[in-house]
Design a protein around this ligand. Structure first.
Ligand SMILES: Nc1ncnc2c1ncn2[C@@H]1O[C@H](COP(=O)(O)OP(=O)(O)O)[C@@H](O)[C@H]1O
Ligand SMILES: [Mg+2]
Length: 245
């Protein structure tokens, strides 16, 4: 079998008619979703609307039962997570996934690698520049960290895979505003180096400041999508589907 083409910088991710569920039936009903090179997309919607399910379908944790899924031009439908990740997709799950019995350093470097095109933009020292407070914690166990530090480790670990696409679920959930601010700065920094990203969060002002586009989910479908700056003209959409203006 031919090796899949690397993720190219112009057409990174395309899902069409994606149907994903948990065994009892579909939760996502034919979702179309695209991500262009260097683009940041905010994925929002009330609880239970399918945001996490969409991310899990894109990274291969859940196998779509219908639709198409392309990453960098490669047809990845049915691929497992590690194979999709190796095409250049990083994933920060809700709840962070930090291993309590490994050190912070081990947690960070466990899946470190060059990007598909050989890039090594993200090194341990660059991640520590981004999150200086982790430097003093490198030899601590994962479960000795605060929630904010765990999220820094989860994000740092994903960046160390040198991805072209980053999926971040509930980026700042449960974090104090100051720590959340550090994570938003880090995401903007990563974006500034050309990384495309999909970010789920409930802080709409922070999302507006960092995302080019919003995708609003409602009951397993995309209810609205459009440029972040159009949201101000479509506040009623936001109120209807997200519950805040
Ligand atoms: N592990 C699971 N098993 C069964 N149903 C699930 C599971 N995770 C989520 N769901 C259901 O799928 C729907 C979408 O959930 P989810 O994608 O987690 O929503 P969101 O991330 O937008 O809050 C909900 O109805 C939820 O109850
Ligand atoms: Mg969720």
């Amino acid at each position: 079998m031919d090796e899949p083409k690397p993720v190219t910088r112009d057409r990174l991710l395309r899902a069409c008619g994606l149907t994903v569920g948990y065994g009892f039936g579909p939760v996502l009903h034919g979702v179309d979703f695209e991500l262009a090179a260097g683009e940041a997309v905010a994925l929002v919607g009330r609880n239970g609307m399918g945001k996490s399910t969409l991310l899990k379908g894109l990274i291969g944790i859940l196998a779509p039962s219908a639709g198409t899924l392309h990453v960098g031009g490669a047809d990845v439908l049915g691929w497992n997570t590690s194979r999709i990740a190796r095409l250049g997709m990083g994933y920060v799950p809700e709840g962070r996934g930090v291993f309590p019995n490994l050190s912070v350093r081990e947690n960070l470097v466990m899946s470190a690698r060059a990007g598909r095109d050989g890039r090594r933009e993200w090194t341990l020292s660059r991640v520590l520049d981004l999150f200086p407070q982790l430097s003093a914690r490198l030899h601590h166990a994962g479960d000795a960290l605060s929630g904010g530090e765990q999220q820094m480790v989860a994000l740092g670990r994903a960046l160390l895979t040198n991805p072209s696409i980053l999926l971040v679920d509930e980026a700042t959930e449960g974090l104090a505003p100051r720590v959340a601010g550090q994570l938003w700065s880090a995401l903007k920094n990563a974006r500034g180096s050309g990384l495309a990203m999909v970010v789920v969060d409930k802080d709409f002002d922070a999302l507006r400041a960092c995302a080019d586009r919003f995708v609003i989910m409602e009951k397993g479908s995309v209810a609205w999508c459009g440029r972040s700056d159009l949201l101000d003209e479509n506040r009623e959409v936001f109120e209807q589907f997200v519950g805040v203006a």
